[in-house]
Design a protein around this ligand. Structure first.
Ligand code: GDP
Length: 478
């Protein structure tokens, strides 16, 4: 959606002249009736120190409209939301369990822990929220559905094993999402543990420990023997403090469905992470295409609660159907409105369609470049051998076309997987397969998400295709 300079000024509680002045200082000549695009709106708002939120599709024909502006004064610190990723068997699940059972010093300690998709621990009187499903697959699947849930990623690497393919995937998925990374070097209790080897290996992926002049936090832990956990939690709080995560808890709740299922006794239940505002018993809401009214809420300690603020995970009942993980969740003024919106959403399936249509393909790349919509061409490379990957990266890096930069957001050896496709969908990337093909699930996901996958056997052809696409000289494929 668009808004004029005048509308924006009103929303920001500023004079139009102040907004125009700010625009001019940014090199944009504008009048009061001029329509502004989303980027400019966000930029101006941030120049005035105001957090702008982009709302999920609600109005008939607007996909993204500015809904509300939070005054700096209405924002307060919220707990960081953390996801744990890493190679299989490096200890993600053990670490999640160990942290869950850390001796919390909060009033909420005790209680029967419930699996509700996420949990909170408290350290130094501060809370941290952990998502319970480890791994970059879940993380990126949520992102591909448009959900931005995670603030901080913990990448677990087993000190007796080393940096493995899924470690690298996790690093690249976190980077593509722009989420800060803390490395937990796990299994340091093992006799053959070599934490320095891990640090050394990760420097190759631009994760350089602070003591070596970098800015990545590394913490040595043993999930099994519960060593270093407190330090890890303190480091999470440190990163949270630096990034100053805030939300307005005094408005209608909005968040993301983390999990949902049909419970035999309770009916449809959704486990939701509240991200903005506060969710209360009786609230009418939309979750994806479903609607409902919050009948009961249970927190991660198994307690019934009446209200849940930002970064709090809760299990709710009172839905009419089962939503999907990653679905946006939003409270409305009454049930009638919620129902109308859910209906409209289910008819149109607007979100996925719009998402898919706006995805970049090589065929329309040039158009996007010309319209100034694309500055980075994000590429994922999968090939049969590491040597080919490196050669491709090298050659693609040499392509220079004015106005666009090629960014290899992930590369690896092996078939193209569903996780690669989700990363591409979440990051608006194209996928190049060199002497490899997508596996069955990836193939299906690519069609569904309309991700452009290009398969090649000759390096020269890859380079030529990308170059021509960037120049708008690609022959259309029929
Ligand atoms: P995930 O696949 O990353 O979730 O890994 P798991 O948490 O399932 O752990 C894989 C194996 O490593 C299990 O047998 C764990 O008991 C073991 N493990 C996890 N953390 C540690 C640790 O700190 N030290 C030792 N010695 N073993 C660990």
């Amino acid at each position: 959606g668009t808004m004029t300079v005048g509308d924006l000024a009103k929303l920001l509680h500023k004079d139009a002249s102040e907004v125009i002045k700010k625009l001019i200082s940014l090199g944009v000549m504008a009048t009061i009736n001029q329509e502004l695009d989303m980027d400019t709106i966000l930029l101006i708002a941030s120049e005035f120190g105001v957090e702008v939120e982009v709302k999920i599709p609600v109005e008939e024909d607007t996909f993204e409209t500015v809904e509300e502006v939070d005054d700096e004064a209405d924002l307060s610190t919220r707990p960081p939301v953390v996801t744990i990723m890493g190679h299989v068997d490096h200890g993600k699940t053990t670490l999640l369990d160990a942290i869950r059972h850390t001796n919390v010093t909060g009033g909420e300690a005790g209680g029967i822990t419930q699996h509700i998709g996420a949990y909170q621990v408290e350290i130094n009187h501060k809370k941290i929220t952990f998502l319970d499903t480890p791994g970059h697959e879940a993380f990126t699947l949520m992102r591909a559905r448009g959900a931005q849930v995670t603030d901080i990623t913990i990448i677990v690497v087993a000190a007796d094993d080393g940096v493995m393919p899924q470690t690298v995937e996790a690093v690249n998925h976190a980077k593509a999402a722009g989420v800060p990374i803390i490395v937990a070097v796990n299994k340091i209790d093992k006799p053959d543990a070599d934490p320095d080897k891990i640090k050394q290996a990760l420097t190759e992926y631009e994760l350089v420990p602070e003591e070596w002049g970098g800015d990545t936090i590394f913490v040595n832990v043993s999930a099994k023997q519960r060593l270093g956990l407190e330090e890890l939690l303190e480091m999470i709080l440190l990163v949270a403090e630096v990034n100053d995560y805030k939300a307005n808890s005094d408005k209608r709740a909005r968040g993301t469905v983390i999990e949902a299922e049909l419970d035999k006794g309770k009916g449809p239940v959704a486990r939701v992470l509240v991200q903005h505002g506060s969710l209360k018993i009786g609230d009418a809401f939309v979750a994806g295409n479903c609607f409902g009214r919050v009948r009961a809420m249970v927190n991660d300690k198994g307690r019934r609660i009446k209200e849940a603020g930002p970064s709090t995970p809760v299990e709710i009942t009172g839905l009419t159907e089962v939503p999907l993980a990653g679905d946006p969740f939003m409270v409305f003024e009454d049930e009638r409105k919620a129902r109308a919106i859910a209906d409209r959403r289910s008819i149109k399936q607007r979100q996925s369609e719009l998402g898919a249509n706006s995805r970049v393909t090589l065929d329309d790349l040039f158009k996007h470049i010309q319209e100034g919509e694309i500055k980075d061409l994000n590429i994922i490379i999968k090939s049969d051998v590491q040597g080919s990957t490196e050669a491709l990266k090298g050659s693609l890096g040499k392509i220079e076309i004015e106005g666009v930069r090629i960014k290899i957001i992930h590369s690896g050896v092996g078939a193209i997987t569903e996780s690669d496709i989700n990363l591409a969908a979440a990051s608006n990337a194209i996928v190049i397969g060199f002497n490899v093909r997508p596996d069955a699930q990836a193939d299906q996901a690519a069609q569904q998400e309309k991700v452009d996958v290009r398969l090649h056997r000759v390096i020269y052809n890859v380079i030529e295709e990308i170059e021509q696409a960037m120049k708008g000289m690609l022959d259309p494929i029929f």
